[in-house]
Design a protein around this ligand. Structure first.
Ligand code: ADP
Ligand code: MG
Length: 688
């Protein structure tokens, strides 16, 4: 068995939009069942890729690997025996002679196979080989005419069986293969030795060898990345259009004075990104900039500078945060930073009372309000802005593309500044966010005490609890992060509750313990965070929902259970919650990694406080197995290709897309005609 690929195809074939219903054998009922699998058109069917391949070439069991699947051919030497256990369960056993060796073959719960097993006849069996017992546990009986040595196994279900999908794919390919056109320009295919698209489809569904399938997938991956990169480049060009309305004529003196009055000196990195942003704003082109900066690097004051510049040009600004409490925190911060300046701030969230909202909306519409701070409420239909010059999105990876665009579209020529602390390595960032310019704050304000991080094994948990007690006795507060077991919030919650009970038993009544998990409503979460902030409890047991930045300056210690279940970037982000005050901060990772890579990951977090270094490390270690880490958040979903594992293909595909779109008349070049047609079809390009 060769596992090459999980998932299904995604590439659209412009010409193949016929419904699957045109195929013989697809009636209404089957069509509905296929639709449920996401198969509506011929295109969907042809790109419904196998999840693995079974090797059906006949082998001698002695050359097979113990415990692996194998196809064998032998002589049935005695009548089969069928035994029933209860009504539904059965076992069918017979002996097979292969090259003078006798093997026992058993089939479970397939009693009907009995009549195919005739003594003294040859039989081909596919099953799992057990060397110690000289036994094969059969999965299927094959007939001699099985044409393909490699059997494609598709994701199927009760309604649509494996065999059905296979025969439909075959029929569709036979009927339509002439119409599969090549979207990738011929010169690129030659340069990277890619297959034609028709061959790619054929070799993925009906490969002659695992190698052939692998080669075909290489082309499919390139294609997926390349088409994505083309779209990004086209969007980027669209953003770069001249737009006089987007120009912000800010008053330099206002900005300078603001910076002079700050209670601290801006770091060189902050000054640099502020220059980049101000230069963007003063251009008659919409800004589309991503600001990356580690937790605590001081992104808020950068945003504040951009906001104030915008307001000094008599335009409005908005800043959107993913949670109410974060929005509130921003509103308070901005009120402090802009104290004494003629800046009118409004806070608009889901919690804003109906009466307050009613009073607020007109003043936003007339421009009386200069800065609107809020959550998703900022882009609701009835919220109208007078002249939205700048939209800032904090923790941008928490929002979907559409939500970011929805806020932006509240103005006609709105500049956008998206901020994130998710440290994405540059190689990935330029492709994933290729339509944005990227600014990076690569240093922390001076005088910060780095968080002291230690890694201990679970057997030392008691020592960690004693340490926590000591911190509590000194008046500090503590986060306890509970293990991430699987991608199920219900299971995570069970863990959190168990640890919550444990800490309550240890610390109450002397110290109060609170609980925060993903199954709570937003209101409950915010209320809990607020109580913690107000020191109503001293220990907060939480799942990763605390990842997003609320400042609790008095919290200086974080204990993370099963730390090896988290991605490195995520651990880094989590511990960024402590160390916001003047006291020394601590992070204790409790983990018992089972292999060297796991240990190396824990050592990396314990020894480095550099988010970019850690995310790079995450990438390197990830390629090598142990994928307990998290998916990089905020990345588009690819179906065939994996931005991390296939980074080389991604980089090349991106370079080529840039090169092609840099040519002025690329769309009309003969070799790009199909490509341009495809992109137009998928609504990326609107031709005038
Ligand atoms: P983040 O980038 O994580 O959003 P913040 O903007 O919340 O970080 O900044 C974290 C803290 O650092 C805030 O209390 C802020 O006032 C402070 N800060 C920002 N810039 C500087 C600086 N140059 N020097 C000292 N403190 C700073
Ligand atoms: Mg922040």
């Amino acid at each position: 068995m060769v596992v090459i690929f999980e998932g299904k195809g995604t590439v659209d074939l412009a010409g193949l939009n016929d419904s699957v219903a045109v195929l013989k054998g697809v009636g209404t009922k089957r069509q509905v069942a296929l639709n449920k699998l996401g198969i509506n058109t011929i295109n969907d069917l042809l790109t419904y890729f196998p999840r693995r391949y079974d090797d059906l070439s006949i082998k001698d069991p002695s050359s097979a690997v113990d415990g692996q699947k194998v196809t064998v051919k032998g002589l049935v030497i005695a009548p089969p025996m069928l035994t029933y256990f209860g009504r539904k369960r059965s076992r069918l056993v017979f002996r097979l002679r292969i090259n003078d060796q006798i093997y026992t073959v058993s089939f479970f719960n397939q009693p009907w196979l009995k009549r195919e097993i005739q003594p003294n006849s040859e039989l081909i069996v596919f099953g799992t080989y057990n060397r110690a017992r000289n036994q094969i546990q059969g999965m299927k009986i094959l007939n001699a005419q099985t044409s393909n040595a490699f059997d494609s196994i598709y994701p199927a279900n009760k309604e649509v069986k494996q065999a059905t999908i296979k025969s439909l794919v075959k029929l569709a390919y036979e009927t339509y293969h002439d119409q599969i056109v090549d979207i990738i320009p011929a010169s690129l295919r030659a340069k990277y030795r890619l297959e034609s698209f028709s061959d790619t489809i054929r070799n993925i569904h009906f490969p002659e060898s695992p190698k052939a399938a692998q080669r075909a997938f290489r082309t499919a991956k390139f294609m997926e990345f390349f088409l994505f990169a083309m779209k990004v480049q086209i969007l980027k060009a669209a953003h770069r259009k001249q737009d006089p309305q987007a120009e912000i004529n800010y008053q330099e003196s206002v900005v300078t004075k603001f910076q002079e009055n700050l209670p601290f000196k801006l770091t060189a990195a902050q000054q640099k990104v502020i220059q980049e942003i101000l230069a963007d704003l003063s251009r008659p082109i919409q800004m589309n900039r991503l600001l990356q900066g580690d937790v605590g690097s001081g992104k808020t004051v950068v945003a504040a500078t951009a906001i104030l510049a915008t307001i000094s040009a008599n335009k409005q600004a908005a800043i959107m945060a993913p949670t109410e409490i974060l929005a509130e925190q921003h509103a308070n911060n901005f009120a402090k930073m802009f104290a004494g300046l003629p800046v009118n701030i409004a806070l608009l969230t889901g919690d804003t009372s109906a009466a307050a909202r009613k009073a607020m909306l007109p003043s936003i519409q007339t421009g009386e309000v200069d800065l609107v701070v809020g959550t998703h409420a900022l882009f609701q239909a009835d919220v109208q802005y007078a002249d939205l010059g700048l939209a800032v999105i904090d923790e941008q990876h928490r929002f979907g593309v559409n939500q970011r665009q929805a806020l932006r579209q509240k103005g006609t020529s709105t500049n956008m500044l998206a901020m994130t602390a998710t440290p994405i390595p540059r190689t990935l960032a330029i492709t994933m966010y290729g339509d944005m310019d990227v600014s990076v704050i690569n240093q922390l304000p001076s005088g910060r005490k780095p968080i002291k991080t230690t890694w201990i094994t679970a057997s030392k948990t008691n020592a960690a609890v004693r340490f926590v007690k000591k911190q509590l006795d000194s008046g500090n507060q503590v986060y306890v992060v509970t293990p991430l077991i699987e991608e199920s919030e219900a299971v995570d919650m069970k863990n959190a509750v168990a640890i919550f009970e444990r800490f309550k038993a240890i610390f109450e009544p002397q110290y109060q313990v609170g609980l925060l998990h993903g199954q709570m409503s937003n209101q409950e979460k915010d209320a809990t965070m607020l109580q913690f902030k107000n020191n109503q409890f001293q220990v907060l047991v939480a799942t990763t929902v605390i990842e997003v930045g609320v400042d609790v300056a008095n919290a200086n210690t974080m204990l993370i259970f099963d730390a090896d279940h988290f991605g490195l970037a995520q651990l880094h982000q989590l511990r960024g919650r402590v160390g916001r005050g003047a006291t020394q901060a601590y992070c204790i990772l409790i983990a018992d990694p089972t292999n060297e890579i796991g240990k190396e990951r824990m050592k990396a977090v314990a020894s480095s406080t550099n988010g970019f270094f850690l995310s790079q490390k995450d990438l390197e270690l990830r390629g090598q197995g142990d994928i307990t880490g998290q998916k990089q958040s905020g990345m588009p979903d690819f179906k065939v290709a994996d931005p991390v594992g296939d980074l080389n293909i991604l980089t090349v595909a991106n370079q080529e897309a840039q090169r092609i779109t840099a040519e002025k008349h690329w769309k009309t070049k003969p070799e790009n005609v199909q490509l341009a047609k495809y992109l137009q079809f998928s609504q990326t390009i609107n031709y005038d």
